[in-house]
Design a protein around this ligand. Structure first.
Ligand code: HEM
Length: 206
């Protein structure tokens, strides 16, 4: 058998493009008060709740927008939505997630744009173990049974591998720029929305 039917691209071109065009966006996001506070040793449960309510308001509508497209069937992957975990975490914290303010999402994204959005949402799973390790140091966190950041590292890596491989196979080069623009726009959307968590508004000691 020759390689005539092998459709795998020779290198991970799209993944490299997405990583390079969003590198600075990721950096900028991590320096926002919301994410700095999340990793702070003095984080308290009220501030944690505030950050999570805000995060839900942008994560849930973006994830729902992707789920309404044909992206997952096209990639041949089973969707693994995380907003339901976030919602149940919020309920455990005493919030009503479905009455929280949400980021409005413009129109249904096309396939390449939904791939760009999914890149950001799926990628956020990779940093979860860093956040979980920090959260686990707090007494108040232990016993709260929060699931959102509680990702098994090898499961997350494996899913990421399958996701990025599927992107390479299914998003044609002509659509790569559209996908990259959507990923950048998604990071910007997260940034703007999460900027509204102000360090001054947070309750934990500076
Ligand atoms: C305190 C917050 C965060 C930390 C500490 C963090 C940390 C990390 C780390 C360590 C990785 C690389 C993991 C690896 O290569 O195995 C990563 C990747 C990534 N993170 Fe974050 N992250 C944070 C927040 C976010 C958020 C909020 C988003 C999106 C909304 C995000 C999106 C991504 C993406 C898309 C990647 C994949 C980059 C690539 O390799 O192509 N991260 N993050």
């Amino acid at each position: 058998m020759t390689g005539a039917h092998v459709t795998a691209p020779s290198s991970a071109r799209l993944t490299k493009l997405l990583r390079s065009v969003t590198h600075d966006h990721h950096r900028a996001l991590q320096t926002l008060p919301a994410f700095e506070l999340l990793l702070r040793p003095t984080l308290d449960v009220d501030t944690f709740g505030l950050i999570q309510t805000r995060f839900f308001g942008v994560f849930e509508p973006l994830e729902a927008a992707v789920l309404r497209t044909q992206l997952w069937p096209r990639l041949g992957l089973v969707p693994a939505p995380r907003a339901p975990q976030l919602a149940s975490d919020l309920v455990a914290l005493g919030y009503h997630p479905h009455s929280l303010p949400r980021q409005p999402i413009a129109g249904p994204p096309d396939l390449a744009a939904s791939a760009g959005i999914a890149y950001v949402l799926e990628g956020s799973r990779l940093g979860a173990r860093v956040v979980e390790a920090s959260l686990s140091t707090h007494r108040w966190y232990q016993g709260l049974r929060q699931r959102f950041y509680d990702c098994d590292a090898s499961v997350a890596k494996n899913r990421w591998q399958r996701f990025t491989t599927a992107l390479e196979h299914n998003i044609e080069p002509v659509h790569h720029q559209n996908c990259a623009d959507a990923a950048k726009h998604t990071f910007t959307t997260f940034h703007q929305w999460m900027s509204q968590v102000d360090a001054d508004e947070a309750i934990c000691d500076q």
